[in-house]
Ligand binder design. Sequence first.
Ligand code: DGL
Length: 245
Amino acid sequence: MKIGVFDSGAGGLSVVKSLLEHNLFDEIIYYGDTARVPYGPKDKNTIIRYSLEALEFFNNFDIDLLITACNTVSAYALEEMNAQSHYPVLGVIEAGVMAVENSFIRKDDAILIIATRATINSKRYEKRLKELGYHNIVALQTGLFVPLVEEGIFGGEILDSTMRYYFRDITEPKAIILGCTHFPLIAKSLQSYFSNETILVHSGEAILEYLEAHYNLFPKSKETELKIFASDNVVGLRKIADDWL
Ligand code: DGL
């Protein structure tokens, strides 16, 4: 099976990392819209337009399935993308919600959602979780983490003070939904800011659980082949992939 993975930039490589570790696919075509990242501060119509343009890129490949690793795209453009493609387009939000349901998180446990401005404003995570009976939810825009990760800052004083700034009014949650592709890269710092007991819900692992539940996929004997493309500075993106993967 040949799949596409789409993200606004480099962050979706955190999802690719989980997919590669499980070796479920023959080939992954990754496309990062590095010319126009970040999507998080943009409005809905722009996010939809960019996402539909990304579909045109994937028309060059004969893929069986497209995963939009980007939470921001998953929040706004899935319906439009599915309407315009002949393969299924999966987002990460439904998968993240399923991961919460499959974990030891009770309905009254405190859940913190962190994501870009657009994802938080869409209320997609919040609505789905509330429909399922989770009611102790705080949703927080933490967009500054995105450029820090893009700069390769995964720990240290700048990240610590950014966490202190964002989390100044937050009391220890039972679980944190990492509602942005970049955040798994700062998972260790988030974990040590809160506690080792805090459950971190990561899109890459969530989408794997989702694929296993909805598609009959088993690990391949041959390694997954990864091809990386970008709308700008593909050399830079491939370098990031070499460092992260
Ligand atoms: N990929 C985006 C997401 O997961 C984060 C970066 C951006 O703002 O484009 O929401």
